[in-house]
Write a protein of this length. Structure first.
Length: 94
């Protein structure tokens, strides 16, 4: 966990948390940035239409990103997470 980034950042500055999380997914798991952003917003509980609004992409595009993530890492990768599980460096196999 990255203390200066985790904690309440997901609640206080969700956009910043998403950027950190997407960057971590890109560096550690070779996830393209757009898919990493979709995963991170989804982990925060946003729907496809909510993620689309945040990212400026269509809901269908976001749905495709999350489907790709689920195929690659399992369904958990595209699901909202309880706040106790939110972490920049959370792997999908934990």
């Amino acid at each position: 966990m990255i203390p200066e980034v985790d904690g309440g950042l997901w609640r206080d500055q969700p956009g910043r948390w998403v950027r950190y999380r997407a960057n971590w997914l890109r560096r550690r798991l070779d996830v393209p940035e757009k898919i990493g952003e979709a995963i991170a917003w989804s982990e925060l509980g946003y729907s496809c239409s909510g993620i689309a609004e945040k990212t400026g992409r269509s809901p269908a595009t976001i749905d495709g990103y999350l489907e790709e993530a689920a195929e690659r890492f399992g369904a958990e990768a595209a699901l909202a997470q309880p706040s106790s599980q939110l972490s920049i460096d959370r792997r999908f196999d934990e």
